[in-house]
Design a protein around this ligand. Structure first.
Ligand code: AHR
Length: 505
């Protein structure tokens, strides 16, 4: 039996709401059809945004939405996406299916979407094929309050007031699709470009995100930080508020990713092993960051993460549309526990991607919408947002898996919210065996159960479809509260993610 011992009197670090963020790219049916259908669509919408999708995301308390990419960001020229729609330039989306992008969704539409969602904004700028001037004018267009060429243009296009840009990414994957750069070259460009990301609103400065590493490219992290901090270690903290990290779980490798819905138990454990690897990545990149930034003022921003498989049969390979099973629920549960545990360094994370692409929380088909198993995990975990991570320790955890892929059976994290309620999230990584878990608090008196929920199913391949949209969803979980209010006992079903919330009597 596993035991999770929680010290409810020791808050370790704050879990920023942004750790539960999302990512939207001009890719496949994420923006078009998924989030935005246009004002004239028969699909219910407000100013072109799908009502069903916006409402579902609001239920997740979506804290931040990254846009417009991804690889798309380094080919995106923002001026093409403003002004009367019929006059907007068309372009080829070279990365994603070679389809024609008509720029119907641009800067104004993005801010309208974030307004409806009530979330923070995270714009990703173009370093790969854009100029410093272009980037600087975009920031002026979005945020300058007064008379300036870009502010006047914004007003002419229908928005007098400036918007708030919370985060600005200076390039995306510049080691790959964003220009195939070497780390020192990119870092010098970063120093240069970020200079012109001006804080026009001094009361609400923009947080600047530097492009970080792909997976375990520790050399990139080291060189980018070394070059950014060289000659100006004091200023460097002003140069950079966050350093990104991208990591996808490709269970059977990048070239042959395997099916989203058909996989063996061996591949299940390969997936779990690769999901757990996020812990190593955050730890090791974090150690390098500590050398330059010991006070942890620069956030690690995991702005692309999730499972990546072959596309659904019969769909456009460039659209990255995949199904989402119990296996994805586990990737989410395990990864979010890791982020919580590293919340002293991980300040934002964006699941890739929000609708219809990769490990999406929502899938749409015409006017219909379904919530995936990952959605339900994000929904249960929403209580960790803006809470404080509690000190905790797991003991007696078995190792499960195959000879090659061994993982701890149980993953957990716990937090206390602003009202003093405790949330414990647990994942059972075994594909076949349930596991008893004792959760023990330091002191008695925590006897009022608020909710106990679980995402599980009879078959690890189960998913929600448009024919059977609620096959996998959150259900009540049976637990035994300790009579003294010193914790609880639970039998975690095989392949499950659970959430238990309680408070003082
Ligand atoms: O999320 C899909 C793609 O994965 C993004 O465009 C890119 O940044 C990453 O390689």
């Amino acid at each position: 039996m596993a035991t999770l011992t929680i010290n409810e009197q020791k808050k370790v670090s704050h879990i920023e709401p942004e750790v539960y963020g999302h990512f939207s790219e001009h890719l496949g049916r994420c923006i078009y059809g998924g989030l935005f259908v246009g004002e004239t669509s028969p699909i219910p919408n407000v100013n072109g945004m799908r009502v069903d999708v916006v409402n579902a995301l609001k239920e997740l308390r979506i804290p931040v939405l990254r846009w417009p990419g991804g690889c798309f960001a380094d080919e995106y020229h923002w001026q093409d996406g403003i002004g009367p729609r019929e006059q907007r330039k068309r372009m080829v989306n070279t990365h994603w299916g070679g389809v024609v992008e008509d720029n119907a969704f641009g800067t104004h539409e993005y801010f309208e979407l974030c307004r409806q969602l009530g979330c923070k904004t995270y714009i990703n700028g173009n370093v790969g094929s854009g100029t410093v001037r272009e980037m600087s004018e975009w920031v002026e267009y979005m945020t300058f309050d007064g008379i300036s060429p870009m502010a006047v243009l914004r007003e002419k296009n229908g928005h007098k007031d400036p918007w708030r840009v919370n985060y600005f990414g200076v390039g995306n994957e510049n080691w790959g699709c964003g220009g195939n750069m070497n780390p020192d070259y990119y870092a010098n460009l970063y120093r240069h470009y970020q200079t012109y990301v001006r804080h026009y609103n001094h009361a609400a400065p923009i947080k600047k995100i530097c492009c970080g590493a792909n997976v375990d490219d520790y050399d990139w992290t080291n060189e980018v930080l070394e070059t950014t901090f060289r000659h100006s270690p004091e200023e460097a903290h002003g140069f950079m508020d966050g350093l990104s990290l991208h990591y996808y779980v490709h269970p059977t490798g990048w070239k042959h990713k395997g099916s989203a819905t058909e996989f063996s138990n061996d591949i299940w454990y390969k997936t779990m092993y690769k999901a757990m690897y996020m812990d190593t990545l955050v730890t090791e990149h974090g150690k390098i960051m500590d050398q330059y930034d010991p006070d942890k003022e620069i956030g690690m921003i995991v702005d692309e993460w999730g499972g990546w498989y072959e596309v659904e049969p019969g769909t456009n390979p460039g659209f990255l549309y995949q199904q989402n099973t119990i296996r994805d629920a586990l990737i989410a549960g395990v990864t979010l526990n890791i982020f919580n545990q590293h919340s002293d360094r991980v300040k934002m994370a964006c699941l890739a991607q929000v609708v219809n692409v990769l490990q999406a929380v929502i899938l749409t088909e015409g006017p219909n919408m379904i919530k995936t198993p990952t959605y339900h995990v994000m929904h249960m975990y929403r209580h960790h947002q803006d809470a404080d991570l509690l000190e905790s320790r797991l003991d007696g955890v078995k190792t499960v898996g195959t000879e090659v892929d061994q993982v701890p059976q149980v993953s957990a994290s716990s937090s206390m919210d602003q009202d003093g309620n405790i949330t414990v999230t647990l994942a059972n990584l075994s594909a076949t065996c349930s596991e008893p878990v004792d959760v023990v608090l330091k002191e008695a008196g925590w006897g009022r159960l608020l909710e106990a929920r679980v995402v599980a199913s009879d078959d690890i391949h189960d998913c929600n479809t448009f024919q059977d949209p609620n096959k996998v969803e959150e259900r009540d979980l049976e637990i035994q509260m300790d009579p003294q209010g010193k914790g609880f006992h639970v039998e975690l079903p095989a392949a499950s993610v659970a959430e238990v919330r309680f408070t003082r009597l």
